[in-house]
Design a protein around this ligand. Structure first.
Ligand SMILES: [Zn+2]
Length: 250
């Protein structure tokens, strides 16, 4: 048993699973590309891991489009980025990383993606799911939300409710021995209207280290590090990961 969440997060903290009701200290972080989970939720993942939670990253696409370097074939890029994500996860205490291997840049929130996410949720049985907010096409009037991010967020929200919950959705999972599962809390990063802040001031350097574990994606120079040191800073000097939190009603 790890520390209580209130010790690590402060007053506003994620909900605690009720272990007597069969709920587990498990968080599933669903990301479109290898590096998105670190960008969106490295700090909260590290905090949950320190509190004794099993944190799992689930990467939906293979990352095969994410390089302008002609030296990368798609195959080499896929392998490189999978290893980068494993390295970053290890720094944070994220217990494992799984990959669904959909093609980067071509993701659609259809039946195949939904079924794959429902299966992962029914297998892992997380208390909380973290993912991209699917709603914004433009985030903070400043950048376009990648279509894979929107597709991942939308399919994950739909998988959480109602698809994973109801046994008549994807009954082949139930026939294969899995059970329906109720996720209790949903946290969406990249939200235009966040309602839940996680203070990651003490974890900022660790989060930056996790980003630097993706050298195929980010420059590892001082300018990048300085930019990252201010990117999550709020006006009072704290660094925050900001989410839209939804406590599931049923
Ligand atoms: Zn991405």
């Amino acid at each position: 048993m790890g520390a209580g969440l209130e010790d690590l997060f402060g007053q506003e903290h994620p909900g605690e699973p009720d272990e007597s009701a069969g709920e587990f200290r498990r968080a599933l972080v669903v990301a479109a590309h290898p590096d998105d989970a670190d960008f969106g939720a490295a700090g909260v993942s590290a905090l949950l891991a320190r509190a004794g939670w099993h944190v799992r990253y689930l990467v939906v696409t293979d990352g095969s489009k994410g390089s302008e370097d002609p030296a990368f074939t798609p195959e080499r890029l896929i392998a490189t980025r999978e290893q980068e994500q494993r390295d970053a996860a290890k720094l944070l205490g994220v217990a494992d990383v799984r990959y669904l291997h959909f093609t980067d840049g071509e993701l659609l929130p259809g039946r195949e993606l939904l079924g794959a996410l429902v299966r992962e949720i029914r297998e892992f049985r997380p208390y909380a799911v973290y993912t991209h907010d699917p709603e914004p096409v433009i985030i903070n009037n400043s950048f376009v939300n990648h279509s894979d991010h929107r597709a991942t967020g939308l399919a994950t929200v739909d998988a959480v409710y109602p698809a994973a919950r109801d046994r008549l959705n994807f009954p082949e999972h139930i026939e294969a021995g899995l059970q329906p599962h109720k996720v209790r809390e949903l946290y969406l990063w990249g939200a235009n209207v966040p309602n839940f802040d996680v203070d990651i001031t003490d974890l900022l350097e660790l989060k930056i280290q996790a980003l630097l574990a993706h050298p195929s994606q980010f420059p590892t120079d001082d300018a990048f590090i300085q930019r990252m040191r201010t990117f999550w800073r709020d006006p009072d000097g704290r660094s925050l990961e900001r989410f839209r939190r939804v406590v599931m009603f049923i």
